[in-house]
Design a protein around this ligand. Structure first.
Ligand code: PEP
Ligand code: MG
Length: 311
């Protein structure tokens, strides 16, 4: 076994054998972006744009959006930034995009589903993102939240490309999308797995209800099996597959995700150094061993033990 100790991280997401995994920041504000860049993030794997407008009672104009996005892109000149279109609804309600009252908001009109009713809001946001990208030197990609099918992915990709955005992806956070990963990836350039919502939906356990939190454990083998499906599909298609949920912030789990074929890990800035140092202490072979053991385990505790064995 290898002990990671308190190794320093040099800011490059690489295993000790040279295998590359991008180590990226999750951000929702200019302050987050500065903190992520200062902590060594190689870019941004998830910019939660809805966090810019949580208290807006009316839709921000294209100009207001352009300025808000450019401020977040500014610290990442020459680096990749994945801008997620508005994930309104459920745990992140936006007053200007509130749906009619629903009995189960997490299963209702949220994320990209809002855009099916209001494509004009999506089109104005895509225009603002394209303008902000032109204002800065960041390598901007765009991705949609809460995509269920390949047809939805294609619907989004068509609009994003029409707005002039070249790199288009979707989040995989609904089990149906994970089970259709080949078809979903065929419609876009990359995917990013949102393990927070993917766990919520695969276990039918509300992420906001503490009483069911044990089911939402990212070490659950059933969740890891879905990640493997998506990782395998990404490898087969030669397209990047990231993880931008909380799972990516756990150093040992980061090794498992890498072994499952995930090519980038995006997390809160406070987790970057710990994950980066852990990855630098391991190899792709060991990550694959850990992944094989964790996926085959019976429960989260055994999954963690299986991942620790080669580490
Ligand atoms: C997720 O669901 O894992 C995710 C990264 O998105 P959010 O937490 O913003 O829903
Ligand atoms: Mg989500």
């Amino acid at each position: 076994a290898h002990v990671a100790g308190r190794a320093e991280w040099n800011g490059v997401g690489a295993l000790r054998d040279g295998y590359r995994v991008k180590v990226l920041g999750n951000v929702g504000s200019p302050a987050d972006a500065v903190a992520a860049a200062a902590a060594g993030a190689e870019g941004v794997g998830l910019f939660r744009t809805e966090f810019c407008f949580l208290s807006a009672s009316t839709e921000p104009s294209v100009t207001e959006q352009r300025e808000a996005y450019a401020a977040v892109l500014a610290p990442f000149a020459g680096k990749p930034v994945v801008v997620r279109t508005l994930d309104a609804g459920a745990d992140k309600p936006l007053p200007f995009l509130a749906p009619d009252p629903e009995p189960n908001p997490a299963l209702g009109v949220r994320g990209l589903r809002v855009a099916f009713d209001r494509p004009d809001v999506l089109e104005r946001q895509l225009e603002a993102i394209a303008l902000a990208a032109a204002d800065t030197d960041a390598e901007v990609s765009v991705m949609a939240p809460m995509v269920a099918t390949a047809a939805e992915a294609a619907w989004f990709a068509e609009r994003a490309r029409a707005a002039g955005l070249r790199r288009v992806g979707v989040m995989i956070e609904i089990p149906a999308a994970a089970l259709s990963a080949h078809e979903v990836l065929a419609a876009v350039d990359f995917a990013s797995i949102g393990t927070n919502d993917l766990a919520q939906y695969v276990f039918a356990a509300d992420r906001q209800v503490g009483a069911v939190a044990a089911l939402n454990d990212p070490w659950q083998p059933a969740l890891l099996r879905l990640v493997k499906l998506v990782g395998d599909a990404g490898t087969a298609a030669g397209k990047p597959v990231g993880v931008c949920g909380e799972a990516a912030a756990d150093p040992l789990l980061a090794c498992v995700l890498t072994g499952l074929g995930v090519t980038s890990l995006s997390m809160n800035h406070t987790a970057l150094a710990g994950v980066g140092a852990k990855l630098a202490s391991t190899s792709f072979d060991l990550c694959q061993l850990a992944a094989r053991g964790a996926v085959a385990a019976a429960d989260p505790v055994s999954a963690k033990l299986a991942a620790r064995a080669p580490h």
